[in-house]
Design a protein around this ligand. Sequence first.
Ligand SMILES: Nc1ncnc2c1ncn2[C@@H]1O[C@H](COP(=O)(O)OP(=O)(O)OP(=O)(O)O)[C@@H](O)[C@H]1O
Length: 226
Amino acid sequence: MKLRVDIRGTLRGRERPFHLEVAFATSARSLVLSGPSGAGKSLTLRAVAGLLRPEAGCIQLGERTFFDSATGLHLPPQAREVGHLFQDYALFPHLTAAENVAFSFSRTWRRPSRAALAQALPWLDRLGLGGFAAAHPGQLSGGQRQRVALARALAAKPRLLLLDEPFSALDHRMRDRLRLELKDLAAQENLPLVVVSHDPGDAEAFGEHLVELEEGRVVSEETYRA
Ligand SMILES: Nc1ncnc2c1ncn2[C@@H]1O[C@H](COP(=O)(O)OP(=O)(O)OP(=O)(O)O)[C@@H](O)[C@H]1O
Protein backbone atom coordinates (compact mmCIF):
# COMPACT_ATOMS: atom_id res chain seq x y z
CA MET A 1 0.00 0.00 0.00
CA LYS A 2 1.04 3.55 -0.44
CA LEU A 3 -0.64 5.39 2.37
CA ARG A 4 0.14 9.00 3.10
CA VAL A 5 -1.38 10.79 6.06
CA ASP A 6 -0.55 14.39 6.87
CA ILE A 7 -3.31 15.91 8.97
CA ARG A 8 -3.81 18.68 11.47
CA GLY A 9 -6.75 19.71 13.57
CA THR A 10 -7.91 20.75 17.03
CA LEU A 11 -10.73 19.06 18.89
CA ARG A 12 -12.39 21.13 21.56
CA GLY A 13 -14.00 18.94 24.19
CA ARG A 14 -15.17 19.83 27.67
CA GLU A 15 -11.63 19.85 29.00
CA ARG A 16 -8.51 21.19 27.28
CA PRO A 17 -8.38 21.23 23.48
CA PHE A 18 -6.61 18.34 21.79
CA HIS A 19 -4.23 19.16 18.96
CA LEU A 20 -3.71 16.44 16.39
CA GLU A 21 -0.77 16.87 14.04
CA VAL A 22 0.08 13.54 12.51
CA ALA A 23 2.18 12.84 9.43
CA PHE A 24 3.49 9.52 8.14
CA ALA A 25 3.82 7.71 4.84
CA THR A 26 4.35 4.04 4.13
CA SER A 27 4.50 1.48 1.36
CA ALA A 28 4.28 -1.45 3.78
CA ARG A 29 1.39 -3.93 3.62
CA SER A 30 0.56 -3.44 7.26
CA LEU A 31 1.07 -0.58 9.63
CA VAL A 32 0.65 -0.43 13.40
CA LEU A 33 -0.26 2.80 15.15
CA SER A 34 0.71 2.60 18.80
CA GLY A 35 1.02 4.95 21.75
CA PRO A 36 -0.52 5.63 25.14
CA SER A 37 -4.19 6.18 25.79
CA GLY A 38 -5.38 9.53 24.44
CA ALA A 39 -2.47 9.84 21.97
CA GLY A 40 -4.74 10.34 18.96
CA LYS A 41 -4.64 6.85 17.43
CA SER A 42 -8.39 6.43 17.01
CA LEU A 43 -8.79 9.99 15.75
CA THR A 44 -6.18 9.30 13.07
CA LEU A 45 -8.01 6.12 12.08
CA ARG A 46 -11.31 7.99 11.96
CA ALA A 47 -9.76 10.62 9.71
CA VAL A 48 -8.52 7.94 7.29
CA ALA A 49 -12.01 6.34 7.30
CA GLY A 50 -13.60 9.71 6.57
CA LEU A 51 -15.49 9.86 9.88
CA LEU A 52 -13.53 12.90 11.02
CA ARG A 53 -12.60 15.82 8.80
CA PRO A 54 -9.21 17.31 9.69
CA GLU A 55 -8.79 21.08 9.49
CA ALA A 56 -5.82 20.84 7.16
CA GLY A 57 -3.57 18.42 5.29
CA CYS A 58 -4.12 15.46 3.01
CA ILE A 59 -4.77 11.71 3.04
CA GLN A 60 -3.91 9.53 0.05
CA LEU A 61 -4.13 5.80 -0.60
CA GLY A 62 -2.25 4.83 -3.74
CA GLU A 63 -3.41 7.09 -6.55
CA ARG A 64 -6.55 8.09 -4.71
CA THR A 65 -6.87 11.23 -2.65
CA PHE A 66 -9.34 10.90 0.23
CA PHE A 67 -8.82 14.34 1.69
CA ASP A 68 -7.01 17.46 0.58
CA SER A 69 -7.65 20.72 2.37
CA ALA A 70 -5.88 22.64 -0.41
CA THR A 71 -8.62 21.71 -2.89
CA GLY A 72 -11.44 21.22 -0.37
CA LEU A 73 -11.73 17.51 -1.23
CA HIS A 74 -13.20 15.31 1.50
CA LEU A 75 -14.48 11.99 0.18
CA PRO A 76 -17.36 10.60 2.25
CA PRO A 77 -16.63 7.31 4.07
CA GLN A 78 -18.59 5.12 1.62
CA ALA A 79 -16.62 6.48 -1.36
CA ARG A 80 -13.28 5.56 0.23
CA GLU A 81 -13.91 1.78 0.22
CA VAL A 82 -12.19 1.47 3.55
CA GLY A 83 -13.27 -1.25 5.99
CA HIS A 84 -13.31 -0.67 9.71
CA LEU A 85 -13.13 -3.26 12.46
CA PHE A 86 -13.83 -1.96 15.93
CA GLN A 87 -12.77 -3.19 19.34
CA ASP A 88 -16.38 -3.96 20.32
CA TYR A 89 -17.15 -5.68 16.98
CA ALA A 90 -20.22 -3.45 16.40
CA LEU A 91 -22.44 -6.34 15.31
CA PHE A 92 -26.20 -5.93 15.16
CA PRO A 93 -27.44 -7.99 18.12
CA HIS A 94 -30.86 -8.73 16.59
CA LEU A 95 -29.40 -10.16 13.36
CA THR A 96 -27.86 -13.60 12.83
CA ALA A 97 -24.18 -14.06 11.95
CA ALA A 98 -25.12 -14.52 8.26
CA GLU A 99 -27.37 -11.45 8.30
CA ASN A 100 -24.63 -9.37 9.90
CA VAL A 101 -22.18 -10.36 7.15
CA ALA A 102 -24.86 -9.93 4.46
CA PHE A 103 -25.20 -6.31 5.50
CA SER A 104 -21.97 -5.70 3.58
CA PHE A 105 -23.85 -6.32 0.34
CA SER A 106 -26.90 -4.34 1.30
CA ARG A 107 -27.45 -0.70 0.46
CA THR A 108 -30.56 -0.33 2.59
CA TRP A 109 -31.51 -0.74 6.22
CA ARG A 110 -33.93 -3.54 5.37
CA ARG A 111 -33.15 -7.12 6.41
CA PRO A 112 -30.65 -8.60 3.94
CA SER A 113 -32.10 -10.43 0.93
CA ARG A 114 -31.70 -14.15 0.28
CA ALA A 115 -29.12 -13.37 -2.39
CA ALA A 116 -27.10 -11.32 0.09
CA LEU A 117 -27.33 -14.14 2.64
CA ALA A 118 -26.08 -16.64 0.03
CA GLN A 119 -23.11 -14.37 -0.65
CA ALA A 120 -22.39 -14.11 3.08
CA LEU A 121 -22.12 -17.85 3.73
CA PRO A 122 -18.75 -18.47 1.99
CA TRP A 123 -17.24 -15.68 4.11
CA LEU A 124 -18.46 -17.34 7.30
CA ASP A 125 -16.99 -20.62 6.01
CA ARG A 126 -13.63 -18.97 5.38
CA LEU A 127 -13.59 -17.75 8.95
CA GLY A 128 -14.46 -21.21 10.29
CA LEU A 129 -18.01 -20.24 11.21
CA GLY A 130 -19.97 -22.27 8.68
CA GLY A 131 -22.00 -23.91 11.45
CA PHE A 132 -22.94 -20.62 13.10
CA ALA A 133 -24.74 -18.78 10.30
CA ALA A 134 -28.06 -18.75 12.16
CA ALA A 135 -26.59 -17.83 15.56
CA HIS A 136 -27.09 -14.36 17.02
CA PRO A 137 -24.09 -12.45 18.44
CA GLY A 138 -25.29 -13.13 22.00
CA GLN A 139 -24.94 -16.88 21.33
CA LEU A 140 -21.33 -16.59 20.15
CA SER A 141 -18.05 -16.39 22.04
CA GLY A 142 -15.90 -13.25 21.85
CA GLY A 143 -13.59 -14.87 19.29
CA GLN A 144 -16.52 -15.99 17.17
CA ARG A 145 -18.08 -12.53 17.29
CA GLN A 146 -14.80 -11.01 16.19
CA ARG A 147 -14.65 -13.50 13.32
CA VAL A 148 -18.16 -12.49 12.21
CA ALA A 149 -17.09 -8.84 12.31
CA LEU A 150 -13.98 -9.72 10.30
CA ALA A 151 -16.06 -11.67 7.75
CA ARG A 152 -18.36 -8.67 7.41
CA ALA A 153 -15.45 -6.28 6.92
CA LEU A 154 -13.74 -8.53 4.33
CA ALA A 155 -16.95 -9.33 2.45
CA ALA A 156 -17.30 -5.66 1.52
CA LYS A 157 -14.02 -6.03 -0.45
CA PRO A 158 -12.37 -2.94 0.99
CA ARG A 159 -9.16 -1.47 -0.46
CA LEU A 160 -7.83 -0.90 3.04
CA LEU A 161 -8.86 -2.35 6.40
CA LEU A 162 -8.60 -0.31 9.59
CA LEU A 163 -8.60 -2.21 12.88
CA ASP A 164 -8.96 -0.48 16.25
CA GLU A 165 -7.64 -2.67 19.11
CA PRO A 166 -9.15 -5.64 17.27
CA PHE A 167 -8.18 -8.42 19.66
CA SER A 168 -8.07 -6.67 23.02
CA ALA A 169 -11.21 -8.38 24.31
CA LEU A 170 -9.88 -11.88 23.56
CA ASP A 171 -7.72 -14.24 25.58
CA HIS A 172 -4.10 -14.86 24.55
CA ARG A 173 -4.67 -18.07 22.59
CA MET A 174 -7.59 -16.66 20.64
CA ARG A 175 -5.62 -13.47 19.96
CA ASP A 176 -2.70 -15.43 18.50
CA ARG A 177 -5.04 -17.53 16.36
CA LEU A 178 -6.99 -14.60 15.00
CA ARG A 179 -3.80 -12.68 14.25
CA LEU A 180 -2.58 -15.55 12.10
CA GLU A 181 -5.95 -15.90 10.39
CA LEU A 182 -6.13 -12.20 9.66
CA LYS A 183 -2.58 -12.18 8.30
CA ASP A 184 -3.41 -15.07 5.96
CA LEU A 185 -6.68 -13.56 4.79
CA ALA A 186 -5.13 -10.14 4.22
CA ALA A 187 -2.35 -11.77 2.16
CA GLN A 188 -4.87 -13.79 0.13
CA GLU A 189 -6.98 -10.70 -0.55
CA ASN A 190 -3.94 -8.46 -1.05
CA LEU A 191 -5.51 -6.18 1.53
CA PRO A 192 -3.41 -3.57 3.35
CA LEU A 193 -4.04 -3.16 7.08
CA VAL A 194 -3.74 -0.32 9.56
CA VAL A 195 -3.92 -1.63 13.11
CA VAL A 196 -4.30 0.59 16.16
CA SER A 197 -2.92 -1.23 19.15
CA HIS A 198 -0.68 -0.99 22.15
CA ASP A 199 -0.27 -4.75 22.28
CA PRO A 200 3.31 -5.79 21.42
CA GLY A 201 1.90 -8.97 19.83
CA ASP A 202 0.03 -6.87 17.26
CA ALA A 203 3.16 -4.82 16.62
CA GLU A 204 5.10 -8.04 16.00
CA ALA A 205 2.42 -9.55 13.74
CA PHE A 206 1.42 -6.47 11.76
CA GLY A 207 4.13 -3.87 12.33
CA GLU A 208 5.86 -3.88 8.96
CA HIS A 209 5.74 -0.16 9.57
CA LEU A 210 5.37 1.14 13.13
CA VAL A 211 4.20 4.63 14.00
CA GLU A 212 4.11 5.71 17.62
CA LEU A 213 1.96 8.65 18.68
CA GLU A 214 2.04 10.73 21.80
CA GLU A 215 -0.20 13.69 22.54
CA GLY A 216 -1.38 13.91 18.97
CA ARG A 217 2.05 13.76 17.33
CA VAL A 218 4.33 11.15 15.81
CA VAL A 219 7.20 10.49 18.21
CA SER A 220 8.79 7.58 16.39
CA GLU A 221 8.46 5.78 13.09
CA GLU A 222 10.20 2.60 12.00
CA THR A 223 10.01 0.43 8.92
CA TYR A 224 10.69 -3.29 9.33
CA ARG A 225 9.56 -4.37 5.89
CA ALA A 226 8.57 -2.02 3.08
N1 LIG B 1 -15.08 14.26 19.62
C1 LIG B 1 -14.10 14.70 20.40
N2 LIG B 1 -14.11 15.96 20.88
C2 LIG B 1 -13.11 16.40 21.65
N3 LIG B 1 -12.03 15.68 22.01
C3 LIG B 1 -11.97 14.43 21.57
C4 LIG B 1 -12.98 13.86 20.74
N4 LIG B 1 -12.64 12.58 20.46
C5 LIG B 1 -11.46 12.37 21.09
N5 LIG B 1 -11.07 13.46 21.75
C6 LIG B 1 -9.83 13.61 22.54
O1 LIG B 1 -8.74 13.37 21.66
C7 LIG B 1 -7.71 12.68 22.35
C8 LIG B 1 -7.26 11.49 21.52
O2 LIG B 1 -8.32 10.54 21.44
P1 LIG B 1 -8.16 9.14 20.72
O3 LIG B 1 -9.49 8.44 20.86
O4 LIG B 1 -7.64 9.31 19.36
O5 LIG B 1 -7.07 8.43 21.63
P2 LIG B 1 -6.39 6.99 21.47
O6 LIG B 1 -4.94 7.21 21.23
O7 LIG B 1 -7.14 6.21 20.47
O8 LIG B 1 -6.62 6.42 22.95
P3 LIG B 1 -7.10 4.97 23.47
O9 LIG B 1 -5.89 4.09 23.34
O10 LIG B 1 -7.45 5.22 24.90
O11 LIG B 1 -8.26 4.54 22.63
C9 LIG B 1 -8.24 12.32 23.73
O12 LIG B 1 -7.70 13.25 24.65
C10 LIG B 1 -9.73 12.53 23.60
O13 LIG B 1 -10.27 12.99 24.81
